[in-house]
Design a protein around this ligand. Structure first.
Ligand code: ADP
Length: 521
């Protein structure tokens, strides 16, 4: 039984602990606090007003009693005319106690009518105030006697009537405050009861009225718990007719959730990209290594003796080693670009001209061109003798090495995917806003299904994959597009199978005077 009671008490205690922490609980506690403060202030003002009016009434009574007894006082105290035990002119319940000039009690006169306490006790008590002093002050005051009875008293001197004004003694006109205090006590009781009733009713009303506006908040927290459990696609429902603050909260939270989901998706994608990149890079690195190992094994098993095998092994290992070097360089370039982008430093402005770069590129391209024609704006530059005049002074916001790499990668691809008698063109164009360079070939073209992927890292078209060993690893266009993007440009491709491909790079036009040329390194 006792344990049941303890359990029950604990339950109730826990319930109130939780309730106190709830929003409604918090609001109600604050409401109670305000109500109680309000009732205390209003109550004390009312109490003071009532007390003042009651006590002022008593003071008036004392003064009027004094006036009615004033003329008889001298006779009674000075001439020893015996006073009546009860004096009709006194207010019911009041009394006048007489004292000699040296504060010795003499006699007491009561009123007629209803008396609530035994007044005779008053005169028997020793007074704890100075009669002379109080008579001098000539003001009613409140006095609590040793039996805890409260009185309002007025002390008046009894003086001779022969103009010599000798003090014969003192008269204390008094009225017990029994009735006034009772009225005050009852009014406090009623006031407190009423206040409690108002508090109780308003608690129920406010708790009921708050239920509806706070419901969206409860729903929001329920949804937030689900979201925290991993349902990042969930959004807080929209409530019509809810308060402005809750609407704002819901909007802000939904916005935050969208941002969070986007950030999580980006992170997940970045992780996926990274692991795919590592897998692709490992795969690309493994192929030449495996090939080199295979030839080394052949040579170890006696292939060194056979000159033909030895030559072919050397040839292939050389090609594979070059491929490895190219691959490593491409990876390093991509890594450098990523680091530059992540450094957070403001992008630097570079500038270089085609005139600086093309003459350096031609010696690299010429051996690969075969019978293909390489044109720059209608000039056949691989056969042109006045090369300087043929190359336009096209300025681009790139480092010379970067422009060289972009052109080399594009032209290298164009050469690879164009028949031996094909034509490859560099077409330039400048207007106020854009500077463009296009590399156009009339080669095999890119299948439409490959087009969206050609700028991805390690992407190689089917035909490219089946080409001879030592060809690109699918990083050439990825590097080109990263470089163009980082320097604020755009790259587009236009291609049709059997007709050819055009890679168009465009940058905002650089005003050549405003930028210093970046020297070739
Ligand atoms: P790769 O090193 O394999 O050439 P790239 O990134 O340079 O890698 O090119 C990716 C793919 O885009 C190539 O495998 C090829 O299928 C296609 N491609 C690029 N340039 C051309 C072009 N000029 N003509 C046809 N296909 C091209």
């Amino acid at each position: 039984m006792i344990s049941k009671i303890i359990n029950y008490t604990l339950k109730v205690h826990n319930y109130f602990k939780n309730w106190r922490k709830s929003l409604i609980g918090q609001l109600l506690l604050r409401l109670w606090f305000c109500f109680i403060l309000f009732f205390i202030i209003i109550g004390s003002i009312q109490y003071d007003a009532l007390k003042n009016s009651l006590y002022q009434g008593v003071e008036q009574n004392l003064l009027s009693d004094y006036h009615s007894i004033r003329n008889s006082m001298y006779d009674w105290l000075g001439r020893s005319v015996l006073p009546p035990a009860k004096f009709a002119d006194l207010r019911p319940g009041n009394f006048v106690a007489f004292y000699s000039a040296d504060s010795k009690p003499k006699f007491i006169v009561y009123s007629y009518g209803r008396i609530n306490q035994d007044m005779s006790t008053f005169i028997k008590q020793e007074l704890n105030f100075n009669l002379y002093q109080k008579a001098l002050e000539n003001e009613p005051f409140i006095y609590t006697d040793s039996l805890n009875n409260r009185y309002m008293l007025l002390v008046q001197p009894v003086i001779t009537t022969d103009f010599q004004n000798v003090i014969l003694g003192y008269a204390i006109i008094g009225e017990p405050l029994y009735e006034e205090d009772l009225v005050l006590k009852n009014s406090i009781k009623t006031y407190i009861l009423n206040a409690l009733l108002v508090l109780l009713i308003s608690t129920f009303l406010v708790a009921y009225a708050l239920q509806k506006p706070l419901q969206p908040l409860l729903n929001i927290s329920a949804t937030a718990r689900k979201i925290a459990g991993g349902r990042y696609d969930l959004r807080l429902p929209y409530y019509q007719k809810t308060s402005f603050e809750i609407e704002q909260l819901q909007e802000a939270l939904n916005h935050m959730l969208s941002q969070m989901e986007a950030a999580l998706n980006t992170e997940r994608k970045a992780k996926e990209n990274m692991s795919r990149f590592i897998a692709d890079a490992s795969h690309e690195l493994r192929t030449p290594h495996t090939s080199i190992r295979g030839f080394l094994e052949i040579l170890q098993r006696g292939g060194v003796e056979d000159k033909e095998i030895l030559n072919s092994a050397h040839q292939t290992m050389l090609i594979e080693t070059e491929r490895l070097i190219r691959l490593t360089e491409s990876l390093l370039t991509l890594n450098r670009l990523a680091q530059e982008e992540q450094s957070g430093e403001p992008p630097q402005q570079y500038s270089c001209s085609l005139k600086d770069v093309i003459p350096e590129l031609l010696p690299l391209l010429n051996p690969m061109l075969g019978n293909r024609t390489l044109k720059i704006n209608t000039y056949e530059i691989n056969k042109e003798e006045r090369l300087e005049a043929a190359i336009p002074d096209q300025i681009l916001p790139l480092k010379p090495d970067e422009l060289k790499q972009i052109l080399f990668n594009l032209l290298n691809n164009a050469i690879q995917y164009t028949a031996d008698n094909g034509t490859i063109e560099i077409i330039t164009g400048t207007d106020k806003e854009k500077t463009t360079i296009a590399v156009k070939d009339n080669g095999q073209g890119i299948p439409p299904e490959d087009l969206p992927h050609i700028f991805e890292r390690f992407f190689r078209g089917d035909r490219s994959r089946s080409r001879t060993k030592g060809q690109g690893s699918g990083l050439g266009l990825a590097i080109v597009s990263e470089l163009v993007r980082i320097r604020g440009g755009e790259i587009k491709v236009d291609s049709a199978l059997g007709i050819g491909s055009t890679f168009i790079i465009s940058f905002p036009t650089v005003i050549s005077e405003s930028l210093p040329r970046t020297d070739l390194q």
